[in-house]
Design a protein around this ligand. Structure first.
Ligand SMILES: *Cc1c(COP(=O)(O)O)cnc(C)c1O
Ligand SMILES: [Zn+2]
Length: 479
């Protein structure tokens, strides 16, 4: 394969193929072998700072939108598009916080467990990091109609970015077309897509059905797809890791823990660290833990039970095909309260296998009970999350119990989505007793709410209210 002439290009992740394509091509898979594509860089043609601290200088020029953005502040590390084509709505103003409640819950020392709050993005999930990059690529190729299939957050993000173009001249506007499964989407997310004016198609089926259809429709109507098979989106998601490093004063943590759905994040995170290592900007790569929900545990089963490994790109495709064929034959459908990771066929599976090798990774599964308990712990820190996000802390607890993570190691758990995305799950957990709880959440295997903070029902009477405050909740205000 001849060397690409450009400083940025697309490259097949299969090392035996390694076909390259220009950045202006719209592809979701390699034309030669069908594998996924990376955005790749000829670093000799890129101007990358010699030290990561150099990125901090951009704070001084925050009025410039590319320097304000938590994605494009790091543009030298995802430089596939010229500045004038970049689309930003101020994504990536997120924060890393040490969480004592989570550390205690997992049996780890204070100040070693950090939560990276991606729920603080404009549309309330990490998806904005990727959407900003996807929209920028769409602008580069001159696309105006954008579509995605979504469990909810991708559509909310797509709708938000398209909405930001509504007042622009007609030739710069972007339209949003959203495909969602029926009845499986959290209300908070659906409300965003409707509110921001996206054309929203509810398909009678699951995410995977919506995914299949959006690919077909995209092809038939020439619409730009921003699902996480889009390699440019993952470039934006790399920056979540840069921000974690930045918040740790550029020290590399020991672990990154992330929920796994379509596996775009895990793939992007490993690529971020692999590139930084290659560039000599970090001395080592942290380890990765990807946490499935037990009700949607394809990666766990393929990685831990079938033992499939990346193996230099020669992973056991037949084993995966057999697994999926069996899944279809048995009509095993994903089922978890963590709807953002309720995925049967993760589209970035092969990239994630590579990520697990690059980051010496592990894969876990957490039950919905574990997820909701961990979510309650995260909430007690004062910045809550939606159920899927809490899989990270539920997974960390297991990693400590299994002695895979040891005391003193520094861990960053990625909190992928905002609490208000799915407030119904939170209210159910904190307000229902016994039978009522099982009636509402039993279908997810949730039977307990040990960490519930019940609202106290009281008559509209001063003495009763004072009495109720006295023995409210946990017996003390700060149990
Ligand atoms: C999309 C999403 C995930 C899954 O991320 P992948 O990159 O698809 O693995 C997890 N949590 C939330 C809140 C999401 O929106
Ligand atoms: Zn290929």
């Amino acid at each position: 394969m001849s060397a690409p002439a450009e400083a940025a290009f697309q490259r097949c992740i299969n090392p035996a193929c390694a076909a390259t394509y220009g950045v202006a091509e719209i592809l979701t898979a390699c034309k030669a072998c069908g594998e996924l594509l990376d955005v790749a860089y000829d670093w000799n043609r890129q101007t990358v700072p010699q030290k990561l601290t150099a990125f901090e200088r951009k704070y001084a020029t925050r009025r410039y939108p590319l320097h304000f953005s938590g994605v494009w502040r790091f543009k030298e590390l995802l430089n596939f598009v010229s500045d004038d084509k970049v689309m930003t709505i101020g994504e990536g103003q997120t924060l890393l916080r040490p969480e004592g409640e989570c550390a205690r819950y997992c049996g780890l020392p204070e100040n070693t467990v950090f939560l990276q709050y991606e729920g603080l993005n404009p549309s309330g999930s990490f998806k904005d990091n990727g959407m900003s990059a996807g929209f920028s690529h769409a602008k580069l190729v001159g696309a105006h109609k954008m579509a995605c299939a979504s469990t909810g957050n991708t559509s909310a993000s797509l709708a938000a970015y398209a909405a930001s173009t509504r007042s622009l001249p007609a030739d710069q506007r972007m339209e949003a077309l959203v495909f969602v499964g029926s009845g499986r989407i959290a209300l908070g997310k659906l409300s965003q897509s409707l509110d921001y004016g996206a054309k929203t198609i509810q398909i009678a089926g699951y995410f995977d059905d919506a995914m299949k259809r959006v690919r077909e429709v995209g092809k038939a109507l020439g619409i730009y797809l921003v699902n996480s098979v889009n390699p440019f989106r993952l470039e934006g998601q790399k920056t979540i890791m840069y921000r974690i490093l930045e918040a740790l004063n550029w020290e590399v943590p020991d672990w990154i823990v992330v929920p796994g759905g379509n596996l775009g994040n895990s793939s992007a995170f490993a690529k971020a660290f692999q590139e930084l290592k290659e560039l000599g900007l970090i001395p080592r790569i942290p380890r990765l833990a990807v946490v499935n929900a037990s009700g949607a545990n394809t990666l766990h089963r393929i990685y831990n039970e079938l033992g499939v490994r990346w193996n230099g790109g020669k992973y056991d495709r037949a084993a995966i095909e057999t697994f999926y064929a069996q899944m279809d034959a048995e009509k095993r459908d994903a089922n978890t309260i963590a709807s953002a990771i309720e995925i049967n066929r993760p589209v970035n599976l092969s990239k994630c296998l590579r990520a697990l090798e690059w980051m010496n990774g592990v894969v876990l599964e957490a039950t919905d009970q574990e997820i909701l308990d961990a979510k309650a712990v995260i909430g007690r820190g004062g910045l809550g999350c939606e159920p899927a996000s809490a899989a990270s802390v539920a997974g960390l607890k297991q990693l400590v119990e299994k002695k895979i993570v040891s005391k003193g190691e520094r861990i960053a758990c990625v909190i992928t989505g905002h609490e208000l995305k799915a407030a119904n799950a939170t209210v159910a957990y904190h307000s229902l007793h016994g039978e009522d709880l099982v009636h509402e959440l039993g279908k997810y295997g949730v039977r307990e709410n040990k960490l519930a903070n019940y609202p106290v029902q009281v008559k509209n009477d001063l003495n009763e209210i004072i009495k109720a405050i006295g023995d409210a909740g946990h017996g003390s205000w700060d149990a």
